[in-house]
Design a binder for this molecule. Structure first.
Ligand SMILES: [Zn+2]
Length: 258
């Protein structure tokens, strides 16, 4: 997955993070916000699509365990249109909507990119095979999709923050409540926790790896400067905490309850 450093360097970093050096765990996490009378989801997970392996697609089970009613979901904020973030919105066989009564809020730049002429012909690796076609058959035509440009406030207390690179129009979501702020950073970094210490690593799964590196530094610098709590879709548990700067690198400290 790392394309600009050698495999031994990657293994060393994995061991230093207390992880096995012959494989990398990857979680698929959907965030839920309780906002007054409604539940807001940030992305929707894999929907159990087989390309993402066994054990995924348990959003409803997880919501039940957290005491959240799927029928209370009125808004779903989407960071970007990769399958592991949107397949939870649609039935694997029929594409039928899983949350037909929710408003789905999507970055306009993402929808535009994934529906542009010729996008089907671009090879973006095995996990994105057929993705553009599926977006065109679902989100591009659904009536309950709202698109936005730039970095507006999407809901009271939730602002989009642009983070292009991993995907052409990806955004992160900055949630404010009282005096505290949480940045839900989507796929700004996908190999947690070790890439925090190696922000210059370029990942093959980032569509524009160089832009992804620049975005990662910009977002992480802001998280450090503004003392934001931060998390990401694929971060390992415990997955909420704060970043500190260490030379050119970043160190993540989990702070459950931050
Ligand atoms: Zn992802």
């Amino acid at each position: 997955m790392v394309r600009n450093v050698g495999v031994e360097q990657v293994k060393t970093a994995l061991r230093a993070a207390g992880l096995p050096d012959n494989q990398t765990p990857l979680r698929f996490i959907v965030m839920a916000l309780k906002l007054r009378d409604q539940v807001v989801l940030i992305d929707s997970g894999t929907g159990g699509h087989p390309i993402y392996g066994n054990g995924n697609g348990r959003l409803f089970e997880s919501m039940a365990a957290a005491g959240l009613n799927p029928k209370a979901v009125k808004t779903i904020l989407i960071s970007h249109l990769h399958g592991d973030h949107i397949y939870g919105l649609m039935n694997n066989e029929t594409n039928a909507q899983v949350f037909p009564d929710a408003e789905i809020v999507v970055p306009a730049a993402e929808l535009k990119w994934w529906t542009r002429p010729g996008v089907d012909a671009i090879d973006l690796g095995p996990t994105r095979k057929g993705l553009a076609h599926r977006i065109q058959a679902t989100l591009a035509t659904w009536q309950n999709v709202r698109t936005f440009e730039g970095e507006p406030e999407l809901l009271p207390g939730v602002r989009a923050v642009e983070a292009h690179g991993h995907s052409p129009g990806m955004v992160t979501h900055l949630v404010s409540s009282g005096g505290s702020q949480l940045l839900i950073s989507a796929d700004v970094v996908n190999l947690a926790p070790h890439i925090q210490t190696n922000p210059d690593w370029q990942l093959t799964i980032d569509q524009d790896p160089q832009m992804a590196v620049e975005t990662r530094k910009k977002i992480f610098d802001r998280a450090v400067a503004d003392k934001l709590a931060i998390s990401g879709t694929h971060w390992l548990m415990p997955n909420v905490g704060r970043l500190a700067k260490d030379g050119n690198a970043y160190v993540f400290s989990a702070e459950p309850g931050a």
